[in-house]
Each structure stands twice: as C-alpha cells, then as structure tokens.
Design a protein around this ligand. Structure first.
Ligand code: ADP
Length: 542
C-alpha cells in the first residue's frame, strides 16, 4: 500500500519560490568585480532569476543544455544557480584557476552552449574562445558601462542587457526531480577531470541535510559568508541553504585576502563562514598583525583538506569562533561528515575537545560510511583500525558524466580514495589520501598527523609530509616546510618539537625548507608535485 501524500518533486526552483514568499526582504550582499558593494533582497533575486530564465530561452538554451560559469561568489552567480537549473538546463560551474587547456577540455567535454564569466576572467575567455567547440555565446556578467571596450572575443554579450530585455513573468517548469541540475568536474590531479552530475533531488536533499543543527547549523538569523567558491562543489550547498532557511547571504566576490574578508565580515555582521584552511591563514594573519577582533562571527566550517588543530585553537581562543571541521568531496555534493560535539564532549576538557575537533566528524544523515581492509572486509569502529573509506547515499555519485572511468562503485559503495578510522562514537578521521600514505616497514604513517604537528609550530606557515624512498624501510617521512615571513626555525628545532607527540618511528627522517608549497586549483597542497620535486632526495638515514 502506498502512502497517500502529495507527489511533489524536489526541485531547485522551489527553494527560490520559498525564499521569495517567506523571506522576501532578507538581504543578499556582494562585493562586486566592479569594485563596489551591491545589496538587494531575495525578492530581487527571484525576480531577476525569472528574467534570466527568459533570457536563457531567448539565447536558445534548451532543456538539459549545459551552461557554464567562470565566476566569483556574487549575486549574479546566484541568479544563474537558480535560472539555469530551475529552467531545466544544467549549470556547469568551472574553476577559473584551472589551466586554460583544462578549461577547454571540460567545456568541450560538457558540451557547454553558453559561458557566463566575471570580467576578471576576460583573459581566460580570450585564450579559450577560439578553441572551444560548442560554446555559442559568451556573456560578461556586468552592465553596459563596464563592458570591455576592446576584446578579441566576437559578439560578446552583456549580462544586464540580456536580463533587462526580458519580462519578469516566468513559470518555473515542473519535471522529474531526478533531472540533472548542475555539474562540477573533479580537479583531476591525475588524468583528465571527470564530470559529476548532480540532480534536483540530490541537491535539495543535500541542502536539507546541510542546514541541520549538527551539520552547518543555518537559520534565518544567520548572516552567511561562503568563502568556498561557487565554482567548487556548489559552495558546499550554501547558496541553496540560504534560500531554504532565509539566511542573509554575503558574497566576497574577488576579495579573498584577509583585509577584504575581515571588513566584509564586520560590516555585514557575518555569523557563519566556510572555506578551506589556506584562506583562513590569510585572514588570521591579517587579524593578528592588526590586533583585530570579530564582533559577530560565531562559527566557521573548515574542510577541503585537514584543518590543523592549531587553527581550531587559534579561532577558539583568540577570536571566540567555533570551528566545524567538515569532510566531503565533489563526488558527494560534497557533504559527508561534520564534526559537531555530542553531549559527553560538553563535559570534557578543552584539550579533549580539540582532539575530537581534529577528526573530520560524524556522518551526516544521508551518508552511510565504512572503512574496509585490503580484502574489502569492514573494519571495527575502534578509532584505531584504518582502511579505505567507502560511502553511499542519495547525494553520492553513481557514475561519472558520459560513463568516464567505468563503474566507480564497489558493491554499491563509492570508494573515496581516503584512508580513515572511525571511532566508537562514529567520528571519522582521515589519516591520508590513499595516494599520499607513507608506508614504512609495512606500516602506515599518517602524513596529516605529522603536518598538523608542524603547523602548530609558531614559525611554520605550511607543512607537507611526503614519502621518501628508503633502502631498509621502503618509505620514510620527509617534511617539507614553508616558514612564516621573517620567522626562523632549524631542522633540529622542528624535529625536537615532535618529541613526545608521536611514536618514535613516526619521526620525520629529514626536514627541507622551501620558499613556497605548490597549491592546486582548490587551495590544496599539491603533494604529487612535491613528490616529483623530491623524488631523488637522499635521506640522511638512507
Ligand atoms: P579534489 O581535491 O580532487 O578537488 P575534492 O575537492 O572533491 O577533490 O576533494 C575531496 C578530497 O579532499 C577528499 O577525498 C579528501 O581527501 C580531501 N578532504 C576534504 N575535506 C577534508 C578534511 N576535512 N580533512 C582531510 N581531507 C579532506
């Protein structure tokens, strides 16, 4: 017997309609590429998204056509989130930090029909326009007054002109919730990037989960500043959650340096933010140098790579901001786990709480996870047994776009490529990416643990721990360190800093100091690059 409830499809447009009806006067504030601060409301967002949906139809965009964006976080990008997906087309957010060759590859692979871009990225558009095969229109996300006077791009269209030419009357079409809504390519550190195709259903369910108190904890009383880019896995769902709960949204545009972020957080009384550890370093450095404090910030979500405990501590003790450590991936929409406390932790000591926060957290309802040994047998949740982490759930990938790479699943589970433990309370901790593990004498050493310790040293700006060849042990840890400007520390002092913090056999065999550590398009350390750079390095112990 079926239930007797309405069969209403879960569509992204319904989030916008909800925000328009229930939170019409809530603000959306954006720092623009044009240099000023723009503010409007959810009512304006809904109206202009309807106009943009009409403009897309006028450009000949049809159901399931891919529409690309190369854009910062801002209100026009949010309009495209709703106009493109809501009208039945597919929003393809592209990471502008990728190499132009990769951008051409993914725009062709996705068969994008139109590409919207922020003016910052005009040089990229000029480089790729003669090369891409399917894009018929390039649209600059600006008004007539700011349109480039001279450009090599033929027939460049203007966002505001397209929009203003259209009526704001538009009925959002109703269709099956399994219809594709948006797509994002994995960064492809090895091989070509692969497309992940989200659906309306997966996106709306993911947004519901994202808003929960033990997840991102969002409400109409929040002012949310996503530093995580809208071109990276849907800004961890925040542009959807914003409409769902009616939160004030604050978009930083291109201003991702410490000063710009701090000023916006203060002027817009931001309560919640989200981003990768590297951006927070910039913000914390700026605040420290200038002796600044927050007046409204309460919590920040940190994920994308491991949040060093030293950062969690700094946020908490110096600035009164609670860190929510989170883990996920492009293939998971991205939310997988978030580190929220259980009641027992509220009675624990501060040090015990920091130890919990070093973990990536508990599974969000909707994501089932397990760790397995090399034979695929599930390992116990004891906080010690580490193995490959597998996940499944309604917002986890089943197949890559166009079946690239074959069937990614193992018995219905998606192998994340991460190595992790899960403790008896269900807190998962990533020890490594499988390709980054250091295998010494048949045992694994966690590179993340070793990096976290180095990052707690006051002279260290960034540290990467990689495997270095060893005749006896196969591999041993080599620590690559970038110092803070003006700070001094020696190899011996750093190694001494490890004493008592780790098992002796985990001690890095050597330390090398570098001017900079290479970062990938999403702000993560490129350890494969470092492994290449130090592949012939001779350890003193070898
Ligand atoms: P890519 O790095 O290829 O762009 P994603 O952005 O999807 O792909 O990153 C997913 C990966 O990032 C995860 O599989 C994991 O290795 C790493 N990651 C994400 N969050 C964390 C975290 N909090 N701690 C450690 N690693 C993380």
């Amino acid at each position: 017997m079926n239930g007797l409830m309405m069969q209403q499809q879960l569509l992204i447009s319904s989030l916008l309609v909800h925000a328009d009806r229930h939170h019409a006067d809530q603000e959306i504030v954006s720092r623009r590429v044009e240099g000023d601060i723009h503010r409007y409301t959810y009512r304006d967002l809904a109206r202009r998204s309807r106009q943009m949906a009409n403009a897309l139809a006028a450009l000949g965009v049809k159901d399931s056509d891919r529409v690309g964006t190369l854009a910062w976080n801002g209100y026009r990008h949010m309009e495209l989130y709703y106009a493109v997906s809501g009208s039945g087309a597919i929003l393809h957010t592209i990471n502008p930090r990728l190499h132009p060759d990769q951008i051409v590859y993914i725009a062709d692979h996705a068969e994008d029909q139109v590409l919207f871009f922020d003016l910052t990225f005009l040089p990229i558009i000029e480089a790729i326009a003669p090369r891409v095969k399917t894009i018929k229109h390039f649209v600059a996300m600006t008004d007539r007054a700011h349109m480039p006077r001279e450009t090599k791009v033929a027939n460049l269209l203007c966002y505001e002109e397209l929009l203003e030419a259209q009526s704001d009357r538009y009925e959002w079409p109703q269709f099956d919730e399994n219809h594709a809504s948006s797509m994002c390519y994995t960064s492809g550190t090895t091989g070509n990037p692969k497309g992940v195709l989200y659906s309306h259903r997966s996106t709306v369910l993911h947004a519901y989960a994202g808003a929960l108190p033990d997840v991102l904890d969002c409400s109409a009383n929040d002012s949310i500043l996503p530093v995580v880019p809208m071109f990276h896995v849907n800004a961890w769902s925040l542009p959807y959650v914003g409409c769902m709960v009616g939160a004030k949204m604050v978009y930083p545009g291109p201003g991702l340096d410490g000063k710009s972020l701090y000023e916006l957080m203060e002027s817009e009384q931001v309560t919640l933010s989200a981003g990768v550890p590297t951006v927070w370093q910039g913000l914390l450095g700026y605040m420290e140098q200038n002796g600044l404090r927050f007046s409204s910030m309460k919590r920040t979500v940190i994920g994308g790579s491991a949040c060093p405990p030293a950062m969690t501590k700094k946020f908490n003790e110096a600035y009164g901001v609670h860190v929510l450590h989170a883990w996920g991936m492009t293939e998971m929409s991205p939310l997988g786990t978030v580190c929220a406390f259980k009641p027992k932790h509220l009675k624990a000591t501060q040090e015990e709480r920091y130890a919990v926060q070093a973990k990536q957290g508990r599974g969000v309802f909707g994501v089932d996870m397990k760790v397995v040994d090399p034979n695929g047998r599930e390992l116990p949740w004891d906080g010690k047994s580490s193995g490959d982490l597998l996940v499944r759930g309604p917002w986890v990938i089943e197949k890559y776009f166009k079946g690239e790479g074959g069937d990614p699943l193992v018995d219905g589970w998606f192998p994340t490529g991460d190595v992790a433990t899960i403790d008896a309370d269900g807190y998962m901790q990533i020890t490594d990416r499988s390709k980054d593990v250091i295998k010494s004498g048949g045992e694994w050493i966690s590179s993340i643990d070793l990096e976290n310790i180095a990052m707690a040293h006051p002279a260290v700006a960034m540290a990467a721990c990689i495997a270095s060849k060893h005749p006896k042990w196969d591999e041993r840890p080599l620590l690559v360190v970038m110092k803070k400007p003006g700070a001094e520390v020696t190899r011996e002092e750093l190694l001494k800093f490890y004493e008592g913090k780790i098992a002796k056999w985990w001690m890095p065999d050597d330390v090398v100091f570098v001017e900079s550590i290479p970062l990938g398009a999403t702000g993560k350390m490129l350890k494969n690059r470092l492994r290449e750079q130090f592949k012939d390095y001779k350890l003193p112990t070898a």
